[in-house]
Design a protein around this ligand. Structure first.
Ligand code: NAP
Length: 488
């Protein structure tokens, strides 16, 4: 099924109709973060090739939009079955490409199949509206208004390295379901897994001219596609800094952005500490902290800080460290520069007087799972998005102090509070500037049927299965005037 997407170890790009080689002879190597071995090479598309993809999709989108919702949804159902049948195969590639623990990599593929299936279901339930003019002040009742939803056109989907399959799928599925064409620009690290996902949609019957995937230098691709007037929507997930570059270039088009996060967990002294820590540890350390929703700052109320730290130290020291193929909890970060960045943040905190409780060292691109106490809210480690297995602890006395510290960050994706007092939980939840506030659970993206959004520098628009369909369609209003007033 995947034969045509590559020749030996060289992966092609999909130009809207076929898997092809780029005319550019220089290819880009994708290396396994664990041992630097080459997983495969990908194409470095030329400017002309990228522009031709848009032209192909412009025509194809019209044909796709003229299909019935049921026809499109049926293809999505088939795609879901195909993706599910490839969990082991694609999961293995994903594990080697981005050093994600194998079981988590397989889970990402399975989740993508479920997103596709639920999207097919959801698109069938989208409804329009019927309105009458006579409800408004001093207006005759001689106009009827029908509101239906229409696709936007071509969606440019740009996904990040940490969930290259899931976050490509959560853009492709709603875009296709609602009659858009979609150009996928996968991340460099994770591109090969994403190609396999695209092939699953093609195998399910997505016709020519409706989906394409381009790879190469991200700045070049962005410079061509982001401002292109035939791109109607950019669905981007990645860092806030890249999001800002894209937003500046995009011009007038729909922007759907999922950006960086710096999630805070607030632990109040009345919480069930054992249960809380059981949530906090995976919340901070899953996929070695390379998640936008990972807990990146732990605010612990003074009275229980000593006990909380002792408990966390014990649990962190039990995390397994090593190969993703063996499902270790902590695996090498996706690149050496990422690991060096995290190491610098740890060293900066140490110099500023914070105390390393456990971990703190780097070997290659592997960072030991690290717990740091007595972090000051002003330190870089508490303010920038550190994408590593590091949990900084900030102690606080009063609830309002915790709220203030939480709100100092420029991000606003998710946060959480642990307490047995529902009044305190709501007091905090209503005062934190965040897309989602979790009470007694760690932040997470999902289940994918929940709305997912970031405020401040963490995003624009709302994702989630139904929300993404709504965001990738627009309302079309049809007004009919009658010669006589309508009966009431
Ligand atoms: P990134 O460096 O911003 O890259 C994201 C994507 O943008 C990649 O496909 C990248 O391509 C592409 N890109 C880079 N520069 C571009 C440009 N000038 N024009 C167009 N595309 C461009 O982010 P990342 O390191 O892959 O992912 C980690 C970040 O994503 C973190 O900040 C994390 O918080 C965020 N994230 C957010 C969410 C959320 O839901 N809010 C979810 C997951 C991740 P190349 O890889 O080819 O450079």
């Amino acid at each position: 099924m995947f034969d045509e997407i590559k020749l030996n170890k060289e992966y092609k790009y999909f130009d809207g109709c076929r898997w092809v080689h780029s005319a550019e002879y220089r290819k880009i190597e994708i290396k396994n973060p664990v041992d630097d071995s080459v997983v495969g090479c990908i194409q470095n598309c030329t400017g002309d090739e990228i522009i031709r993809v848009v032209e192909t999709l412009k025509e194809g989108q019209k044909r796709w939009a003229s299909k019935t919702i049921d026809e499109r949804a049926t293809i999505l159902d088939k795609a879901a079955d195909i993706i599910e049948s490839q969990v082991d195969f694609i999961g293995n590639i994903l594990c080697r490409e981005i050093a994600k623990p194998l079981n988590d990599a397989k889970e990402e593929i399975l989740r993508s199949a479920q997103i596709t299936r639920f999207t097919s279901h959801s698109v069938r339930t989208i409804e329009g509206q019927y309105l009458q003019s006579g409800v408004f002040y001093n207006t005759k009742n001689n106009k009827q208004c029908l509101v239906k939803r229409e696709p936007l056109g071509i969606v440019l989907a740009i996904s990040p390295f940490n969930y290259p399959v899931n976050l490509s799928c959560s853009k492709i599925a709603p875009a296709l379901a609602s009659g858009n064409a979609v150009i996928l620009k996968p991340p460099l690290e994770g591109a090969i897994s994403a190609f396999h996902l695209v092939q699953c949609f093609l195998e399910a019957g997505v016709p020519g001219g409706v989906i394409a995937t381009v790879t190469g230098e991200s700045k070049k691709i962005g410079d061509i596609l982001v401002p292109h007037e035939d791109i109607s929507c950019i669905s981007f997930t990645g860092s806030t800094s890249t999001g800002e570059i894209i937003a500046r270039k995009a011009g007038i088009k729909k922007l759907l952005f999922e950006l960086g996060g710096n999630g805070t967990a607030i632990i109040l002294d009345d919480c069930d500490l054992e249960k809380t820590i059981n949530d906090v540890i995976p919340g901070a350390f899953s996929y070695s902290g390379q998640r936008c929703t990972a807990i990146k700052r732990l605010l612990v109320q003074d009275k229980i800080a000593g006990r909380a730290i002792a408990l966390m130290k014990k649990k962190i020291e039990k995390l397994s460290v090593g190969s993703p193929l063996k499902n270790n909890d902590i695996t090498p970060l996706v690149g050496l520069h990422h690991a060096e960045f995290v190491e610098n943040l740890i060293n900066g905190a140490k110099r500023g007087g914070a105390k390393i409780i456990t971990g703190g060292r780097r070997k290659g691109n592997l960072i030991e799972p690290t717990l740091i106490d007595k972090v000051d809210p002003g330190m870089s480690i508490a303010n920038v998005e550190q994408f590593g297995p590091v949990l900084p602890v900030i102690r606080f006395k009063k609830i309002d102090e915790a709220i203030e510290i939480t709100n100092t960050t420029k991000y606003g994706l998710q946060s959480c509070v642990f307490t047995q007092d529902i009044d305190k939980a709501f007091y905090i939840a209503e005062r934190i500037l965040t897309g989602t506030m979790n009470i007694n659970c760690a932040p997470s993206r999902g289940p994918d049927t929940f709305p997912f959004l970031g405020v401040k520098k963490s995003g624009i628009g709302v994702q989630g299965i139904k929300d993404s369909i709504l965001e990738m369609t627009r309302e079309k209003v049809i007004v009919i005037k009658t010669s006589k007033n309508l009966s009431k």
